[in-house]
Design a protein around this ligand. Sequence first.
Ligand SMILES: *Cc1c(COP(=O)(O)O)cnc(C)c1O
Length: 355
Amino acid sequence: MKKHNFSAGPAILPATVLAEAAEAVKEFGQEGLSILEMSHRSKPITAVVDEARDLVRELLELEDDFEVLFLTGGASSQFFMVPMNLLGEGETAAYIDTGTWATKAIKEAKNFGEVVVVGSSADKDYTYIPKACQIPAHCKYLHITTNNTVRGSQFHHLPERPEGCLLVADMSSDIFSRPIDANQYDLIYAGAQKNLGPAGVTLVIVRKSILGNIQRQIPTMLDYQTHVKKGSMFNTPPVYPIYVSMLTLRWIQGQGGLKAMQRRNKEKADLLYQAVEAHPNFRPTVAKADRSIMNACFVADTAAHEAAFLAYCEANGISGLKGHRSVGGFRASMYNAMDLASVQHLVDLLNNFKP
Ligand SMILES: *Cc1c(COP(=O)(O)O)cnc(C)c1O
């Protein structure tokens, strides 16, 4: 029987997407070939990439200046590609450190220019989103991680920034989970394997006008302009992950788009956080105003209760609930594809757990 998949990533995908993706491995449309065997330059495959790109544009209502790219190397490669392409030698970038992924992005940026950490929640073990960050006027860009997948914190308001300071966001774990004003951003990146598709493709959305403004020699494959010019076909793109992501984007649109996703996601998150708060043996770890609607982190009062509840959940069809190895406790990831019924099942187990 299919388990309730609360994994943080790679993560749950819609059942209809998985069924269609499985068919395409056997035979793609009426092509007489598996999608895994087809040239990335063939008509049916370029149509897939075009449709994926168009759906991203439509769902986020992107202005014409934006280019949608499908790259490889994971979100982790964007940690260095962003400063490599945007931050000239001697220039400064501002980062907000909300833990784990943001911390890694900061480390990589330091290889390319000056970095100021304008806000950090390290003092309280990354359990909140820093507020009222002062960003120096000369900063080239501000980088934020909109949702911290490991800690379960999420930006619910955009930080203020000086005129002319670009906004860069790692949206790996909350892209397409809610409407955003995408045109406020200059570069958005997201590894697909959290809320979009399988591992293997990274979505990058970048304003063309911000590229090509620095002196540095950039390796061809790591230069965004290479991929802009070739429509993500400079080399062989990850065709199958792009295809499955395209199916997910179609599914999102069919469900009513980002407003509908937000309604679903909020309903699920509210249900779970309320149950955790009401239980005498558990508590959420993140400050209420900054809690993620994607990844809900919570802890038990004792190590014995933690082990017992995890075992109880695993015996009852729940997968992927254990917190990240660096923080422990529990993490319930409730991405777009998760039904309310799965969260209700977890809440029922929580309510029945009386140690
Ligand atoms: C998972 C994750 C990453 C790392 O993604 P990879 O594709 O494994 O490199 C980066 N940022 C955030 C917010 C993530 O959730």
